[in-house]
Design a protein around this ligand. Structure first.
Ligand code: F6R
Length: 335
């Protein structure tokens, strides 16, 4: 079995690990700012979605420095980095530290862990094997448990366990129903640019994860957009080059049964209007009750699609040579 498939099958145990962990002590907070890039930032976005559903504002910052509002608003700052060495995240963390903001860390070691230890800051050390994008269950679960400790979200263990059960049913030991579904979707997306659509909330965040996993695992171009925004621009974009729209692009719709009825109706009508204009690769429906189960049920199918596409293309889903070369080229400049 491809090692990446084995890592995907490990998602349920990551979610259960997060459900069982003893959250660190953090001061109560009214809002949070998550610092992170790539797979680590995705963990922040998952936690932000849960926090928003609980009525709390959480912003995910994906760059150097800090947003200007942070110094005055004094949110809880949670720096997330699997490697612990991502320059943008460490730079933002240093600025948060010098501004005296309350800090917590989530990661797998490196400089981030050293800074947490040196400064006596709360830190959750995650358990999953590399690469960072495969540690999504641990990272997201850990950020959520930090949020829980700060009073930003209600207790998360039950939601994390439900997500683990749903993903386990879908994937099994690598032979569950999601595996065949993902292989069919990959066949429909083969040699096409994947365009993944979902409605604001669970669908949109899952669509973003599909895009980045296809980028990193299959080394292929993919894009995502969300409803209702795409109804105000992108819906017009399928006319001028019909050959490309129909033959070189595959659209996947991610649907969440809990979508607001207005968004669900928009998805139906938009899909109808685009029928015949775009190459339709398929539609995937979220499963489970809670937000985390619904989200990770879509995420895991996208992860499997990305590996299936990599296998079809004969590329190694684990290797990220371009990211490694870029980091190496910039390291000498401290970037
Ligand atoms: C690599 C991956 C990347 C990293 C990103 C930030 O598997 O998923 O998107 O997550 O380069 O690195 P970390 O997560 O170590 O801070």
């Amino acid at each position: 079995m491809n090692p990446m498939r084995r890592l995907i099958a490990g998602l349920p145990s990551q979610l259960r690990w997060a459900a069982d962990l003893e959250p660190p002590r953090v001061d109560a907070a009214a809002e949070a700012l998550v610092l992170g890039m790539g797979g680590s930032a995705f963990a922040g976005s998952v936690a932000a979605l849960v926090a928003e559903a609980a009525g709390r504002r959480v912003v995910v910052h994906r760059s150097y420095g800090l947003p200007l509002w942070a110094a005055a608003a004094r949110p809880l700052v949670v720096a997330v980095s699997y490697s612990g060495g991502t320059k943008e995240t460490l730079d933002a963390l240093e600025q948060a530290r010098s501004a005296g903001l309350p800090l917590a860390m989530v990661g797998g070691g490196g400089e981030l862990a050293a800074l947490a230890a040196a400064g006596g800051r709360p830190m959750v050390q995650v358990c999953a094997p590399p690469p960072p994008r495969s540690a999504a269950g641990c990272l997201a679960g850990a950020v959520l448990r930090v949020f829980e400790a700060a009073g930003l979200v209600p207790p998360q263990a039950a939601g994390l366990r439900e997500a683990a059960d749903v993903v386990e049913r879908l994937v099994g030991e690598g032979t569950g129903p999601a595996v065949a579904l993902a292989d069919d979707l990959a066949a429909a997306l083969d040699h096409r640019v994947a365009v993944v659509y979902g409605a604001e909330g669970v669908g949109a965040l899952a669509a973003y994860r599909w895009k980045t996993q296809i980028n990193e695992n299959a080394k292929a171009i993919a894009y995502c957009s969300s409803l209702p925004e795409l109804d105000h621009n992108e819906i017009e974009a399928w006319s001028t080059y019909p050959g490309i729209s129909r033959d070189r692009i595959g659209v996947v719709w991610l649907r969440d049964p809990s979508d607001d009825a207005r968004l669900a109706r928009r998805s139906d009508v938009t899909r109808d209007l685009l029928a015949g204009r775009v190459g339709l690769a398929g539609e995937v429906h979220a499963q489970g009750e809670g937000l985390l189960a619904r989200l990770f049920s879509l995420v895991v199918i996208g992860d499997l699609v990305s590996v299936s596409l990599a296998e079809r293309a004969g590329v190694d889903p684990m290797a990220v040579e371009m990211i490694a070369s870029l980091k190496e080229r910039l390291a000498g400049e401290g970037l």
